[in-house]
Design a protein. Structure first.
Length: 355
């Protein structure tokens, strides 16, 4: 049983905590908050032990009527792995604390790549992650791109990939990022950071990325063009994507025309918080001209890195193989939409854990 702590109970942290708590081979020891807000109350109501992320704020939690089990230092002494889900840049400040307690750590994509021994994606990472004491799960966009570029490169070879990302302006709770009434290049330079981040996982992929920020909160949209080494067909690409356990090909007849409908679909199917852990590729958008592949996909920025964090924990703390870990994570969380509207009633190959 791997004992896990989550430092930061925000957008990603609360989802990682739920995912860890659901794993039969993991124990969620506790989560941290910096202040006694609604998130801290929610953690306690979910039965999670709450720790103060900042030592001198314990009294603030007690004064608010929220009992804490200790401080971050106490949590670190009680776990085998800490998952840092603090806001971008704070992980760098936390790193010396984790090292002082000799606690292996999983960081998020908002941190610089050099914060960890290696960057991580469950589908695309190589042997460089084996034996690591710290891993950085790449960003939501890089996760989504790695999941499709890795199999494309393995099957057909990738000569060049060009991606335009239309990014959400902020998460639903990030009211400080709005109101927004504009579409802006973010950044104005090319490539955006997403291409280099993908290269932390897939160093041999030639990729250019450009990013725009739009006034929405639901998901990111990618317009993907990949020049393959060999000619193929759209049908062959769809077949390949159907084999990827964390890729959902949206059936044309489903009537799903955007991020809002996707989220509605996930909610109607009972997904917690309407979360979408999979890449969502519009089946109809997959087209091939010679060696050029085109497709649209959406990634849910609040959720797609969550199963990757679970697999990163196992990579650090156990000798479970990558494929077995992915199968376990998928099975426990219920990753994989099986649309009745897809040909044959399934849009991806199921993965079953060995035990």
């Amino acid at each position: 049983m791997t004992r896990v702590g989550v430092n930061g109970y925000g957008t990603i942290g609360k989802r990682v905590a739920d995912a860890v708590a659901a794993q039969p081979d993991m124990e969620l020891v506790g989560v941290t908050k910096t202040s006694p807000d609604y998130g801290a109350e929610a953690a306690i109501r979910r039965g999670y032990d709450l720790y103060a992320a900042i030592d001198d704020r314990v009294d603030e939690f007690e004064a608010a009527g929220l009992t804490v089990s200790g401080t971050l230092a106490n949590l670190l002494d009680a776990v085998d792995v800490i998952v840092d889900c603090a806001p971008s840049g704070i992980g760098e400040r936390n790193q010396p604390v984790y090292e002082a307690h000799d606690t292996p750590a999983v960081y998020q994509g908002g941190e610089d790549a050099d914060i960890a021994d290696a960057s991580f994606n469950a589908r695309a990472s190589g042997d460089e992650v084996v034996g690591a004491d710290s891993l950085r799960v790449v960003s939501c966009n890089s996760t989504g791109l790695s999941r499709i570029l890795a199999p494309l490169d393995e099957e057909f070879g990738v000569e060049k990939s060009r991606v335009t990302l239309v990014r959400r302006g902020g998460d639903p709770s990030e009211t400080d990022r709005g109101p927004i009434n504009d579409v802006i290049p973010d950044p104005t330079t090319i490539p955006s950071h997403h291409g280099p981040d993908v290269n932390e996982i897939l160093p041999d992929i030639d990729i250019d990325t450009a990013a725009l920020k739009a006034p929405m909160t639901a998901m990111h949209t990618h317009s993907v063009n990949v020049t393959l080494d060999t000619e193929t067909s759209a049908e062959a690409v769809r077949d390949l994507l159907s084999e990827q356990s964390r890729v959902f090909q949206i059936p044309e007849q489903a009537g799903i025309d955007g991020a809002g409908t996707l989220k509605d679909y996930a909610s109607d199917l009972g997904r917690p918080r309407g979360d979408i852990w999979e890449n969502c590729v519009w089946e109809k958008s997959v087209s091939v001209e010679g060696r050029d592949l085109y497709l649209f996909q959406n990634v849910h920025q609040e959720a797609d890195v969550v199963p990757e964090n679970v697999d990163a924990i196992r990579t650090i703390a156990t000798d479970v193989s990558r494929s077995e870990s992915v199968a376990r994570t998928n099975e426990v969380l219920g990753v994989g939409f099986d649309s009745l509207l897809a040909d044959g009633g399934s849009v991806q190959a199921p993965m079953t854990a060995d035990d």
